[in-house]
Design a protein around this ligand. Structure first.
Ligand SMILES: NC(=O)C1=CN([C@@H]2O[C@H](COP(=O)(O)OP(=O)(O)OC[C@H]3O[C@@H](n4cnc5c(N)ncnc54)[C@H](OP(=O)(O)O)[C@@H]3O)[C@@H](O)[C@H]2O)C=CC1
Ligand SMILES: O=C(CO)COP(=O)(O)O
Length: 346
């Protein structure tokens, strides 16, 4: 297979490295010619993954048209805010029969569309060709061949399985899924909660608080997911709770680290500059809060975080506000009827 990865940041580099190691003729496109030169001559991406020696057969280029020529599989891996511009430039050169996958964990502003929804409006035959790669997978560990599991979702089973085959190896286990909406939303919404858990960590709150944020975070991720057409079961899989756990607990997570920096008093601007890489959770918090508002979905953690990011509520006050909300039933609508039945029987 001839594979082309668009985006030479942490994740694009790690995924291109897998494809190349798996024996596919792989090209990675990046806009920074110094990164391209370093990959070709030294097999290293010094800015994003300085400690990794990349496959010697991985070819890098800054020529988009040449990168896409004859590609069987095109993988888009840039931050969500960069996707519209890149796609605009890439589309005329994407071969008509190629499979198109993306590994982006964010919404496309200003309409807050899912990435596959956005790509689908422009790509011919999108239902057959389009796939999403998501799951608990930090690039820094993937390049070290730390055992990792991800999921590929597509409306087409054969496309999901073709992408699964392309990436699967002894250290990178790939599952398939049909719920493209749920897989995309799980990977996107967990970044909000990772920011929140990072904040809690930076404020010196305890493990109880972090577990509460993750669990109640998953509940509100699932609620929004259902409202947007996802299967609730997907949130108990790799793209849901799996990615939530890794992002909320790993020192590799840029979202978790950004939360910690905000808690110790850095401004949002200072925080983003210090991380120096994609922190998708920031834009996602605003996008999800807007979607929740439009759809009438309760997302208290997301709303609290939005206020912290806007600077309208200090983090400690946001925690107090969350704790002092009206009392509630844990399992909400569906759970309540089940529990009520049990209580009646007793
Ligand atoms: N890192 C990870 O472990 C994982 C990341 N993801 C997701 O992958 C996506 C990409 O993130 P990641 O690789 O980590 O981000 P990074 O910050 O590591 O890298 C971003 C890359 O995108 C490039 N880029 C930025 N703007 C543009 C543009 N307008 N046109 C072309 N290229 C551009 C950057 O180029 P330049 O250097 O020139 O600025 C850089 O190569 C995100 O949605 C992220 O959530 C998903 C799973 C794991
Ligand atoms: O999505 C990721 C791991 O699965 C990467 O998370 P961060 O963007 O927070 O580093």
């Amino acid at each position: 297979m001839k594979a082309t990865v668009l985006g030479a940041g942490s994740w694009g580099t790690a995924l291109a490295n897998i494809l190349s190691h798996n024996g596919h003729e792989t090209t990675i496109w990046g806009r920074d010619s110094s990164v391209v030169r370093a990959i070709n001559s030294n097999h290293v991406n010094a800015h994003y993954l300085p400690d990794a020696e990349l496959s010697s057969s991985l070819v890098a280029t800054d020529d988009l048209e040449a990168a896409l020529s004859g590609a069987d599989l095109v993988l888009l891996s840039v931050p969500s805010r960069a996707l519209p511009e890149l796609l605009q430039r890439a589309l005329p050169h994407i071969p008509k029969q190629s499979l198109v996958a993306h590994a982006v964990k964010g919404f496309i502003r200003p309409d807050n569309r899912r990435v596959s929804e956005y790509i689908g409006t422009m790509l011919t035959d999108a239902d057959r060709r389009l796939a999403v790669v998501s799951g608990p997978s930090h690039a820094e560990e993937v390049v070290r061949e730390v055992p990792t599991t991800v999921v590929v979702a597509s409306r087409s089973q054969s496309t999901a399985e073709a992408v699964q085959d392309a990436f699967m190896n002894a250290a990178f286990r790939v599952y398939t899924q049909a719920d493209i909406v749920g897989v995309e939303l799980g990977g996107t919404l967990k970044n909000i909660i990772a920011l929140g858990v990072g904040l809690a960590d930076g404020l010196g709150l305890g493990d109880n608080t972090k577990a509460a944020l993750m669990t109640r975070g998953l509940a509100e991720m699932t609620r929004l997911g259902i409202a947007l057409g996802a299967s609730p079961l997907t949130f108990s899989g790799l793209a849901g709770i799996g990615d939530l756990i890794v992002t909320c607990t790993s020192a590799h997570s840029r979202n978790f680290r950004a939360g910690r920096l905000l808690a110790v008093g850095l401004s949002l601007e200072e925080t983003l500059a210090k991380i120096g890489m994609a922190v998708e959770g920031v834009g996602t918090t605003f996008a999800a809060a807007q979607l929740a508002n439009d759809l009438g979905v309760e997302m208290p953690i997301t709303r609290a975080l939005q206020q912290v990011l806007e600077g309208t509520c200090p983090p400690t006050e946001a925690v107090t506000n969350l704790m002092q909300r009206d009392k509630n039933h844990e399992m909400e609508d569906v759970g309540q009827s089940v529990i009520a039945q049990t209580w009646e029987l007793m």
